[in-house]
Write a protein that binds this ligand. Structure first.
Ligand SMILES: *Cc1c(COP(=O)(O)O)cnc(C)c1O
Length: 395
């Protein structure tokens, strides 16, 4: 038995703020407190910094600074892209009906936005995914209608780490007036993201998923695309998103993206080795199933289901061993319903309950992986020993 360690393996839920990101932010919480909308120099200097942050982010995403809009989080960006596109469509076409295509495995920020639109009479198609969680571009094509205002498909799934064929879907939509939006909150800062190469019209990101603070995000809106505002107010963000800019967090967002971009190649090579070791060794537990795509997955994500156990019990017992993990989604951890993602990849209810998501970071070491393997193997065995539904030969 190894000595107790503390292993944070829930980086898809949130990450720690990078020390250099914090250092970048502090002057904007003390010295540079001017309002960027003010005309005097104390405000103007902040305005310059704001513009530079926008440029630094645009340079990494491969777009123009004027195509980046700061928001309060990934959820706001998702809401804005979809509701804004639908409302713009309705106004332009003088109608109260239109169509949205999304998938069954989106984050709740997208799914519940679509549900809210359905209550207002908008048709929504929730595309199925294959057993690995991949959407088929042909399915997008088949379901397109003349009145499809927007297609919203995530870049990488937050529960199982599967990376979606965004470029291929963009090809299907090329030349059509339907907008293409991707929730790239799990992708930005983790895998290379170039908006032009992807061919999307809009893309959302969130700072706290890549070592910037919580409460800051952005939406890329391609030049020439017009959507309705979600937050009306002053003239901030080119009149498209009211609210005095969260300058400290925006500066942190730019810094975090630069660091992630610089370190991505090395980090990912190292992470993939640890992830694959974790996957190989946890797959040796009897009646365990890797969830998500075997190769087209985020570098730091290992996700499983173990038959005959409850994910919640597994989490609590791992927590007692010093391991922070997740059943898949922070948002569904308060409900007893199994994850919509795991049901969508075809797992039956009783099996989907036994899920575990481990998401690694720059900090994760081989010793951490060894410790996780030892503890998960042991805890699964202990839980199965008490399980009335677990066959005897597994106990
Ligand atoms: C975390 C997450 C969000 C929400 O971002 P917040 O900044 O926490 O609002 C949206 N989509 C995906 C895929 C996520 O992982």
């Amino acid at each position: 038995m190894s000595d107790k360690r503390f292993v944070y393996a829930d980086n898809a839920a949130t990450t720690s703020v990078h020390p250099e990101v914090l250092a970048e932010m502090i002057p904007y919480l003390s010295e540079f407190y001017g309002n960027p909308s003010s005309l005097y120099s104390k405000g103007q200097v902040v305005k310059e910094r704001l513009d530079s942050a926008r440029e630094r982010i645009a340079a990494i995403l491969g777009c123009d600074a004027r195509e980046i809009y700061f928001t309060s989080c990934g959820s706001e960006s998702d809401n804005w892209a979809i509701k804004g596109a639908v409302e713009a469509y309705l106004a332009k076409n003088k109608t109260d009906k239109c169509h949205v295509i999304t998938t069954k495995i989106e984050h709740h920020a997208v799914l519940n936005t679509c549900k809210a639109l359905e209550k207002k009479g908008i048709d929504v198609t929730y595309l199925p995914v294959d057993k690995y969680g991949r959407v088929s571009p042909e399915d997008v094509e088949k379901n397109l209608r003349d009145d499809t205002a927007i297609v919203a498909i995530m870049y990488a799934n937050n529960e199982i780490g599967t990376i979606e064929p965004i470029e291929e879907i963009a090809k299907v939509l090329e030349g059509k007036k339907t907008l293409f939006f991707t929730d790239a909150v799990q992708a930005v800062g983790h895998i290379p993201v170039d908006v032009k190469k992807l061919g999307v019209d809009m893309l959302s990101l969130s700072g706290h998923k890549f070592r910037a603070p919580k409460g800051v995000g952005a939406l890329y809106i391609r030049k020439g695309v017009t959507i309705k505002n979600l937050v009306d107010g002053g003239g901030q963000e080119n009149n498209k998103r009211g609210g005095t800019e969260n300058i400290a967090s925006i500066m942190g967002l730019a810094k975090a993206l630069e660091i992630a971009n610089e370190e991505m190649q090395d980090d990912n090579a190292r992470l993939a080795v640890l992830r694959d070791d974790l996957i190989r060794r946890l797959s040796e537990i009897p009646e365990s199933i890797l969830t998500g795509h075997p190769t087209k997955r985020l570098p730091g994500t290992a996700s499983f289901v173990f038959k005959y156990i409850e994910g919640e019990s597994l989490l609590l017992m791992l927590d007692a061993e010093g391991i922070s993990a997740s059943t898949g989604s922070a948002c569904s951890s308060k409900s007893l319903e199994p994850s919509h993602v795991l049901l969508s990849i075809g797992l039956p209810h009783e099996i989907a309950h036994g899920s575990l998501r481990l998401t690694l970071s720059h900090e994760t070491t081989q010793e951490d992986v060894d410790y996780i393997v030892e503890k998960v193997t042991d805890v699964v065995k202990r839980l199965r020993a008490f399980s009335p539904i677990c066959p005897k030969e597994l106990k």
